[in-house]
Design a binder for this molecule. Structure first.
Ligand code: DHB
Ligand code: FE
Length: 284
């Protein structure tokens, strides 16, 4: 049977992707940020999964205001990095896992979460920047990836509670997939940031770190935090953080297992005009 081995959480700031692609990671501005992912890259080499279930949001790249799925699962065999206006990032194409994705869709939809099934989709920085942060610049990504896009761009967006419950349904689905594979679930986006308006550039170190504390130790309580608190404390785009609750909900302790081990925790401001948070939790 398939097993969720670990969850990984990271911001997906596009400027980080540009810094990697333009070979600027050693510059004084960027070095402290990338130093925070050195351990993660080593850990990934030792713990490469067969598949990553990668929760991210599309930034009006694959979807536009014409069509806004709340939760969309990528069931294709491959996903091409998108041109986001300055050309596609020079990263490998993303190889999917149609069998596991279809199985999860079947199980989760029958569990009352109405996913949109996407058989053809391009993927943007929300998905490719986390891959670059965790794997560096390989010729090909070392494992398969199931993209799972959440609408956190256009209101109404899903609640933290709904995301947390969805994670639990995903864990149940993975656990009954009849193949002995190792799956990681990633939650991306955040932390505090606001990209427009009078509060553009908002950073809230204290709130972000309290979010990380609660994500580790009190995820059920954290899932009850209302949207208005994310927006007020973490900025309008800080709402991306609800996606981390999908990954957290898929960990074993939520359904009676032992608490996960915190393998790594990192926080840095600023990157572009955004806070960057990162966490690796291993199931026990
Ligand atoms: C920016 C965009 C994002 O999608 C994000 O999550 C953080 C920052 C930006 O444009 O700076
Ligand atoms: Fe984003």
């Amino acid at each position: 049977m398939a097993k969720i081995s670990a969850s990984v959480y990271t911001s997906h700031v596009p400027a980080i992707g540009a810094a990697i692609d333009l070979k600027k990671t050693g510059e004084a501005y960027w070095q402290p940020l990338f130093a925070g992912y050195e351990y993660s890259k080593e850990w990934m080499k030792e713990n490469t999964p067969d598949v990553i279930f990668l929760v991210y949001n599309d930034h009006a790249t694959a979807f536009s205001l014409d069509m806004i799925p709340t939760f969309a699962i990528g069931t294709a065999a491959e996903f091409i990095p998108a041109d986001e206006g300055y050309g596609p990032r020079p990263v490998p194409k993303v190889i999917g896992h149609p069998e596991l994705a279809s199985h999860i869709a079947q199980s989760v939809i029958q569990d009352d979460f109405d996913l949109t099934i996407v058989n053809k989709m391009e993927v943007d920085h929300g998905l490719t920047v986390p891959l670059s942060l965790m794997f560096g610049e390989p010729e090909a990504w070392p494992c398969k990836v199931i993209p799972f896009a959440v609408n956190v761009v256009q209101y109404p967006v899903p609640s933290g509670r709904r995301c947390f419950q969805l994670g639990q349904a995903i864990r149940k689905a993975v656990a009954c997939f009849d193949d002995d594979i190792k799956v990681q679930i990633w939650g991306t986006g955040g932390m505090s940031h606001q990209l427009q308006g009078a509060r553009a550039g908002l950073l809230n170190r204290e709130w972000d770190n309290a979010f990380l504390d609660r994500l580790i130790a009190d995820p059920a309580g954290l899932s009850e935090v209302p949207h208005i608190e994310y927006v007020r404390e973490a900025g309008s785009e800080g709402i991306e953080l609800v996606m981390w609750l999908i990954a957290r909900g898929a960990m074993s302790d939520i359904q009676g297992g032992p608490a996960p081990t915190v393998k790594h925790r990192f926080y840095h401001i600023p990157a572009s005009n955004t806070a960057v948070g990162h966490l690796i939790l291993e199931n026990n």
